[in-house]
Design a protein around this ligand. Structure first.
Ligand SMILES: C[S@@+](CC[C@H](N)C(=O)[O-])C[C@H]1O[C@@H](n2cnc3c(N)ncnc32)[C@H](O)[C@@H]1O
Length: 239
């Protein structure tokens, strides 16, 4: 399934509680808490738009991890999520005002966060290659502003990223009912990425094209992720 948005002007919590435990009690209680959260997520299915707490979801190319955190908060647990970024923690700290806070909350909620994951090679990743997912999501793939957005070189680089992502995602997808979701902007030059054609060439089938509305994902802050304005959002236009 592909979801379309647009991207031309890319340039363009916690409660206080007094608790008194011994260290051992703490550890046992943590294990119990984890199990409870896991069973809770499976027992009472929760939905956030297209995503369910029962699905095992891999998030790729995260910026400040706010999309992953939105799902984790909606599900009440993040044990079913693996959230990844190409960046390492030190870069996330430099690029995004909320990045480290978001990662911390995700981990507290049980999400596995992986750094330095290249979408074009992720099927070879030492951990990911042992896993299979119901949903693999990459919102607004983009290599960064190396050339002008509509120049041949920039388009080629973005095409290579998207193709590499799709190839690798296909390997990590569960055969039964698995879906890859790519959110991207519409119009020129994004239609030149030939996303659907690329997907079909590697044996994927377009299931649906759905509008993407940022408001459906409270807390999600789409990030430019590159350059001096990496912490800034970009307009999504008709999405
Ligand atoms: C426009 S940003 C979107 C970030 C985030 N998905 C969001 O919606 O806010 C593009 C993202 O793609 C990531 N990226 C670029 N090349 C990548 C690659 N080869 N593998 C994984 N991520 C990549 C960048 O680090 C950046 O986070």
């Amino acid at each position: 399934m592909g979801r379309e948005g647009d991207e031309e002007e890319r340039e363009s919590k916690e409660e206080d509680e007094d608790d008194f435990h011994t260290v051992d009690d703490d550890e046992e209680e943590e294990d119990d808490d984890d199990e409870e959260l896991e069973t809770e997520a499976v027992k009472s299915e929760k939905w956030k738009k297209y995503y369910s707490s029962k699905q095992r979801i891999l998030l790729v190319g995260e910026g400040d991890f706010s999309f992953s955190l939105c799902l984790a908060r909606a599900f009440g647990s993040a044990h079913n999520l693996v959230a990844t970024s190409l960046d390492y923690q030190e870069h996330i700290a430099k690029k995004y005002s909320n990045g480290i806070g978001n990662v911390r909350e995700l981990e507290e909620r049980g999400c596995l966060v992986l750094y330095g994951v290249d979408a074009k090679e992720m099927s070879q990743h030492f951990f990911l290659r042992t896993q299979r997912f119901d949903r693999i999501v990459y919102n607004f793939p983009h290599v960064g502003f190396l050339f002008r957005e509509n120049s041949y070189c920039q388009i080629q680089l973005n095409k290579r990223l998207v193709k590499g992502f799709l190839k690798n995602a296909k390997v990590l997808l569960r055969k039964e009912g698995g879906e890859i979701h790519v959110t991207h902007k519409e119009g020129d030059p994004y239609n030149k990425w030939e996303l659907v054609k690329k997907a079909e060439k590697i044996g994927l089938v377009l299931h649906q094209v759905m509008p993407f509305r940022k408001n459906d994902y409270p807390g999600y802050d789409n990030k430019r992720a590159h350059g001096n304005l990496s912490d800034a959002s970009f307009p999504l236009g008709d999405s």
